[in-house]
Design a protein around this ligand. Structure first.
Ligand code: PLP
Length: 352
């Protein structure tokens, strides 16, 4: 059964797997084991505490995450983490935190971090129009930086790091909003990983934050409780009313990843296969479709491309989409939790 939902080319929230949608549909009327609608179950119930615990355990299992990490389900989106990270780790620091400016999202992160303390942009893709990522010999990481921040998958430009960056003696912080749980990721090498749910693993409203215990301990009590990782850990993501529905959907997606897909290695294979088919179509179009990013840095999650000129982009868009959707039909269309979004690249970059 392939619903129309299976193909989703939007750069925003992704399509969820059919089996999850069916379970969500039922849960809106009644969660079987509770006899109540998911929209009316108390966040203080034992049932919900068990849902949070199972979701945490599933994420831990999928990533092979060590016990030194706390898993939080927060509100405020990835954008709130742009500030919460430097509020915790940069306020009052003498040395600059290092940030990579690799595209639309990282430029927003840098703008927010500068409000909290000294920031050094270690590398910027601005001069090359954000069509490639830095090589190792372009990055001289300082041992004195309070942390390094980068975006693992630049959603708009379709650029994805295929390696872990930075030094082992400097905390790594990563925005994984658009490739979280799409493949294995060496999560234990980071100090903070954050990813909102809506690109890959659920509806908007919840952001998953993996925080190493050392960062939790470093949280200052001068911060508002809501923005304090330690207070959030102590209250088990239940400091104020959490987004029960969004967290429940994330649980269903993690169950699907574990039981139906069989883990992140399998998810990665599916994603790679889908991406290869699409990139092959672009590369074999005699220059009609032009992939945006350099081949080495191509994203398996977001395929950004241009048509020969802007007028054609306006006129031929429907035709291009039909062609792309034919390629997508040929791939496993039910495995769309981690979808490929095809973004007509517009240079939407804001001045920071
Ligand atoms: C979409 C996106 C964001 C924005 O997240 P919000 O939850 O809307 O704040 C941040 N980072 C990346 C990489 C994104 O793709």
């Amino acid at each position: 059964m392939i619903s129309r939902n299976a193909l989703n080319f939007s750069g925003g929230p992704g399509a969820l797997p059919e089996v999850v949608l069916t379970q969500v549909e039922a849960a809106i009327k009644e969660v079987p084991e509770v006899g109540l609608s998911i929209l009316g179950i108390s966040h203080r119930s034992d049932w919900f505490a068990a849902i949070v615990e199972e979701t945490e355990n599933n994420i831990r299992t999928l990533l092979g995450l060590s016990k030194d990490f706390h898993i939080l389900f927060l509100q405020g989106g990835a954008t709130q983490q742009f500030s919460m990270v430097p509020m915790t780790l940069l306020r009052g620091q003498k040395h600059a935190a290092e940030y990579l400016d690799t595209g639309y999202w990282s430029s927003k992160v840098v703008t927010e971090a500068r409000r909290e303390g000294p920031v050094k942009v270690l590398w910027s893709g601005e001069s090359c129009g954000f069509n490639r990522l830095p090589a190792d010999d372009e990055l001289a990481f300082s041992p004195d930086a309070p942390y390094l921040h980068y975006v693992s998958n630049e959603t708009v430009e379709g650029l994805q790091f295929q390696r872990v960056l930075g030094r082992d003696d400097v905390p790594r912080v990563c925005d994984m909003s658009s490739d979280f749980l799409s493949k294995p990721c060496d999560a234990n090498k980071f100090s903070v990983i954050y990813a909102h749910a809506q690109k890959n693993i659920g509806p908007a409203g919840v952001t998953i934050v993996l925080v190493h215990d050392t960062v939790v301990k470093a949280s200052s009590d001068e911060l508002p409780s809501f923005l304090n990782y330690r207070r959030q850990v102590e209250s088990h993501s239940n400091l104020n009313t959490p987004p029960v529905f969004a967290i429940y959907v994330v649980l269903l997606v993690t169950r699907w990843l574990l039981n139906d897909v069989g883990g992140l290695d399998n998810m990665e294979q599916t994603n790679r296969h889908k991406a290869e088919l699409l990139y092959a179509m672009l590369d074999n179009s005699d220059g009609f479709y032009n992939g945006w990013s350099s081949k080495a840095d191509r994203s398996q999650m977001n395929v950004a491309f241009k048509l020969p000129d802007e007028l054609l982009e306006k006129k031929s868009w429907r035709k291009a989409m039909k062609q792309v959707s034919r390629v997508c039909q040929a791939t496993a269309p039910s495995a769309v939790s981690v979808r490929l979004s095809i973004t007509p690249f517009r240079c939407r970059r804001l001045k920071s």
